[in-house]
Design a protein around this ligand. Structure first.
Ligand SMILES: [Zn+2]
Length: 95
């Protein structure tokens, strides 16, 4: 499954980036809560905390499993960021 999902991954390491207001709305997003190791494999790099991938028109975000994460504010930021991409925010934002 991981190999199939690699093609359209979008990676982030972007805690300082302000997500535009128009991409902060409600959404229903399929989410894979997983380990940093799986995120690194699927999203493409050890520095990546989360990503949104697309396969056959289906989008899914990968984020850390919050049950094993102490920095919960970072969790919220990661999910807000990837939800922004789900809602159409370009992956070509500032780095
Ligand atoms: Zn991004």
């Amino acid at each position: 499954m991981i190999a199939l999902l690699l093609a359209a991954s979008v990676a982030i390491n972007t805690s300082h980036i302000k997500i535009p207001e128009r991409y902060r709305g409600d959404a229903v997003v399929m989410t894979w809560y997983t380990t940093p190791e799986t995120i690194a494999k699927v999203c493409g790099g050890n520095a990546v905390r989360a990503c949104l991938i697309e396969r056959d028109g289906m989008k899914m975000m990968l984020v850390r499993n919050p049950c094993y994460r102490a920095d919960i504010e970072q969790q919220a930021e990661d999910e807000c960021h990837e939800k922004g991409h789900f809602l159409g925010w370009s992956k070509e934002h500032e780095k």
